[in-house]
Design a binder for this molecule. Structure first.
Ligand code: ATP
Ligand code: MG
Length: 199
C-alpha cells in the first residue's frame, strides 16, 4: 500500500472515531470549567472564552477575586470597550500584601454575593470566577456555599473558575478540569512581568 493510501485510511478511521464521539455527545447544557495548575495561562484562557462568547453576542459576567488592586489589561479593556459585560473586582490585592484575614474575609464574602447573583441570573450565558480557588484555600468562603452556588446555576449557563488548588469537591462538580502545567516561566530566569502578556 502506498504511503498516500495508508494516510488516507488512517485519516478515514480517525474521522469515523471523531464523528462517533460527536454523535455520542448530545447533551445540551452549560459547562462548568476549572482551569487550575501552577503554569501560566489560566486567567488568560478564561478571558479567551469571554471573547468567544461576546463574538456570539452572549451575555457575560466576570468576577475577579483578589484582582483589582493592580492593573490588568483584560479587565481595563472590558470596562472601556464592553460596558455590556458585568465586571466586578474584589480589589483587595494579594492576601500576602493585605495580611489582614478579617478584612480579606469580608471582601471575599462581599464579592461572593456578586458572584452568587450572577450564578442565579438566567440571562447570563457565561460567568467567570477568576482566582476563586484561593478563597476556598484560605477559607475566606464556605466551600459548600460556593459549590452549591455553582452546581445550582441555570442549566444553560456556563461557568469558568480559575486558580491553583480548589480541592476535590470543587473538581468533582466541574464538567471540564484542565491543569496548566508549569514547565518553565520567564519570571524564574529574571524576566520582568510584561504588560499585555502577564497583566
Ligand atoms: P495568566 O493571567 O497569565 O493567564 P494565570 O492566571 O495562569 O496567568 P496566576 O497564578 O493567576 O496565573 O498569576 C498571574 C500572574 O502570575 C501572571 O503575571 C503570570 O505570568 C504569573 N505566573 C503564572 N504562573 C507563573 C509561574 N509558574 N511562575 C511565575 N509566574 C507565574
Ligand atoms: Mg490567574
Amino acid at each position: 500500500m502506498s504511503s498516500d493510501q495508508q494516510h488516507k485510511e488512517k485519516m478515514q478511521k480517525q474521522k469515523e472515531k471523531i464523528d462517533a464521539n460527536i454523535a455520542a455527545a448530545n447533551i445540551e447544557k452549560g459547562v462548568a470549567i476549572l482551569l487550575t495548575g501552577n503554569g501560566k495561562g489560566k486567567t488568560s484562557s478564561a478571558f479567551g472564552m469571554v471573547l468567544r462568547s461576546l463574538g456570539y453576542n452572549k451575555k457575560v459576567g466576570v468576577v475577579q477575586f483578589i484582582k483589582g488592586a493592580q492593573n490588568c489589561g483584560e479587565a481595563d479593556y472590558l470596562r472601556a470597550a464592553c460596558p455590556e459585560v458585568e465586571l466586578y473586582q474584589m480589589g483587595t490585592g494579594f492576601t500576602w500584601n493585605t495580611q489582614d484575614k478579617a478584612a480579606d474575609t469580608r471582601a471575599a464574602e462581599k464579592t461572593w454575593l456578586v458572584a452568587d447573583r450572577m450564578l442565579k441570573d438566567t440571562s447570563l450565558d457565561l460567568v467567570v470566577l477568576d482566582e476563586l480557588t484561593y478563597m476556598l484555600g484560605y477559607k475566606y468562603l464556605d466551600r459548600d456555599t460556593v459549590i452549591n452556588g455553582i452546581a445550582q446555576r441555570p442549566p444553560e449557563q456556563s461557568v469558568v473558575v480559575t486558580g491553583r488548588g480548589g480541592g476535590k469537591a470543587l473538581r468533582d462538580i466541574m464538567d471540564t478540569v484542565s491543569e496548566v502545567k508549569d514547565i518553565k516561566h520567564a519570571y524564574k530566569s529574571g524576566i520582568k512581568a510584561r504588560q499585555g502578556v502577564d497583566y
